[in-house]
Design a protein around this ligand. Structure first.
Ligand SMILES: [Zn+2]
Ligand SMILES: [Zn+2]
Length: 373
């Protein structure tokens, strides 16, 4: 994918632009880059699509605030994705419709079904190994009683009296003469005289669906998995939408993730730090022992190459970074205390006396791992 430009930059507006300013800016762009005026000019078509996408986000208070906070990442998979020009005309065609450009009736093209979003929570080990999970969500199902047209018994629809069946009405605003979607039939061009009892005129019913999702190993929190064609069906014979599963990877008590690297803080004792020794550490594959060199300092990092998270795109796996922490015990046996006091005398300093918590967590972690495997 190519780098996305900032939506504000695309529309040449400031971050504080009002919705009106954004509409005006978008209209200007849309007129300038309209494909009818720039036939076969790929750059213009690109700009046209880009402007439509930017407008779609910035004109929606909710999406705009998500964009302001998280940038393009905050919007991934959410809402409208413009696959081709017809989608844009579908969404915004009425803003600058046939009236200005002489484009003719675009209202009758088939429409892609809407996308569905769902959430999927997994733990770090499932994220590392990959997992098959089931997700449940609600999806529109074509009503059988009316065969999806929403009229009782599937009877024929009537032409909308408001727009004469065109789905569009002409409105004049200043010097612009605009064609807009008919407020009565919302662009359908037809109305239902008697609504289908079964679906109350919607043409569909909600259906509970369960679907298998293959989560690839290495997936990270907030990544999305797209299941093509698993979204809502089209209302008029177009392709169905897609299902987007937003993955949540639960936080782990021992590992912190940074991209594909895993960071684990391991406390060692003062004597281990001074003298060196063998230390047990957690890895994704279970506990392991590593050697600590004598004289290691707090904050030192021991890198275990490619022992972090795999890459979901099959690139190089991340590393496991063991971060050494020197643990100062709170309780000492009499014997320990004597030894430490002796050391203090030798160092001509004086010393005062936590370690259980990490060991407990470590034990709990191994127990959990045994259960999950
Ligand atoms: Zn109408
Ligand atoms: Zn029905």
């Amino acid at each position: 994918m190519t780098e996305k430009r900032c939506y504000y930059e695309v529309l040449s507006v400031t971050q504080t632009a009002s919705t009106d300013e954004i509409s005006v800016a978008y209209r200007k762009m849309a007129i300038q880059y309209h494909p009818d005026k720039n036939p076969e000019d790929e750059t213009a078509i690109g700009r046209f699509k880009e402007a439509a996408e930017a407008f779609e986000v910035l004109s929606d208070a909710d999406k705009r605030s998500r964009y302001d906070r998280y940038g393009h990442a905050g919007l991934e998979g959410s809402g409208q994705q413009f696959h081709d020009l017809s989608d844009i005309f579908e969404a915004f065609g009425d803003m600058f419709g046939g009236g200005i450009f002489g484009g003719g009736s675009r209202g009758r093209r088939t429409r892609r079904g809407a996308d569905i979003e769902c959430d999927l929570s997994i733990d770090l080990f499932a994220a590392a190994r990959g997992i098959k999970k089931q997700v449940s969500f609600s999806r529109h199902q074509r009503c059988e009683d009316c065969d999806g047209n929403g009229a009782a018994g599937g009877t024929a629809l009537e032409s909308c009296p408001y727009c004469g069946g065109h789905g569009q009405v002409i409105q004049s605003s200043g010097i612009l003469r605009m064609q807009t979607t008919c407020p009565s039939c919302h662009g359908a061009g037809s109305t239902i005289r008697e609504k289908c009892d079964n679906c109350r005129g919607d043409g569909y019913q909600e259906e509970a669906v369960t679907c298998d999702v293959a989560v690839p190993g290495g997936i990270d929190d907030q990544m999305q998995i797209r299941l093509t064609g698993q979204g809502h069906p089209s209302s008029n014979g177009g392709p169905p939408g897609d299902l987007y599963c937003l993955v949540h990877v639960e936080e782990h008590p021992l590992f912190t993730r940074q991209g594909n690297h895993l960071i684990c803080k391991v406390p060692i004792t003062y004597s281990q730090a001074v003298l060196g020794g063998t230390v047990e550490i957690p890895t994704l594959d279970g506990p392991e022992s590593i050697e600590i060199k004598s004289g290691i300092r707090a904050g030192s990092v021991i890198k275990l190459s490619r022992r972090g998270m795999p890459d979901p795109r099959g690139r190089r796996a991340g590393d496991l970074h063991i971060q050494i922490d020197i643990d100062v015990p709170k309780k000492l046996s009499d014997e320990q205390e004597q030894a430490i006091r002796k050391l203090a005398e030798l160092e001509l300093s004086h010393v005062t006396p936590h370690r259980k918590s990490f060991l407990d967590t470590l034990k709990g972690y191994f127990v959990n791992q045994d259960q999950s495997s």
